[in-house]
Design a protein around this ligand. Structure first.
Ligand SMILES: N[C@@H](CCC(=O)N[C@@H](CS)C(=O)NCC(=O)O)C(=O)O
Length: 194
């Protein structure tokens, strides 16, 4: 991996729990997808206030994930995805086909900026199983939209992942949604049309 033929040194990804923090999980999956060797530094603290104090010292946004590569700071998950793709284009983080790439960026952006009812109503917890969990209708609208996106992508790509045989940025962005559907026993229509 190189940037202008210069080796990439000291890639550090600052995250919090991959069990409870959906953005941390996404950042971690994206870093793994890039293939760039990195160290994941996990901010853990006894309570919310001390976690915030630690984040204040580590990240300008006071949010995770936050990537540091060659003393360059990158925060915000989509910016991290784009930067990793820039550093490691050979990893194929986005689909090779332009139409698929546009769709991949669009649905990743849609997940990044939307689905607030799903996010607040069904909080991520990989360790939780809530059989028969009931949630409000706004979250149901988000669930329906997610299924439409998945169905359209899989119909076009044929699976296995949203854009075919390779796991892409979009799969990382939607990964915490699949875990929520499992955690909260969300009933969805079959999304495979093939
Ligand atoms: N839009 C940001 C969202 C990041 C975000 O909200 N991160 C949460 C973790 S899930 C956070 O760091 N919260 C600070 C805290 O919990 O103290 C991104 O794309 O990275």
């Amino acid at each position: 991996m190189s940037e202008g033929n210069r080796p990439i040194a000291d890639a550090v990804l600052i995250i919090s729990s991959r069990n409870y923090s959906l953005w941390s999980l996404r950042g971690f999956l994206l870093a793994r997808l890039s293939g760039i060797p990195f160290i994941a530094e996990t901010v853990t603290a006894a309570n919310a206030e001390s976690a915030r104090q630690e984040l204040l010292m580590r990240t300008s946004s006071v949010l995770v994930p936050h990537l540091v590569v060659d003393r360059l700071d990158v925060w915000d998950t989509l910016a991290i995805a784009e930067f990793l793709n820039e550093l490691a284009p050979e990893a194929g983080m986005f689909p090779a086909d332009r139409a698929a790439r546009v769709r991949c960026r669009s649905i990743s952006g849609e997940m990044h900026s939307g689905f607030s009812a799903l996010r607040s109503g069904l909080q991520m917890n990989l360790r939780s199983r809530r059989a028969g969990f009931r949630f409000w209708s706004a979250a149901q609208a988000d669930v329906t939209r997610v299924c439409t996106i998945w169905r359209d992508c899989l119909a076009q790509s044929g699976g296995l992942w949203l854009f075919g045989e390779r796991f892409t940025v979009a799969d990382a962005m939607y990964a915490p949604v699949t875990t929520r559907f499992i955690s909260y026993d969300v009933v969805i229509d079959p999304v495979y049309t093939a």
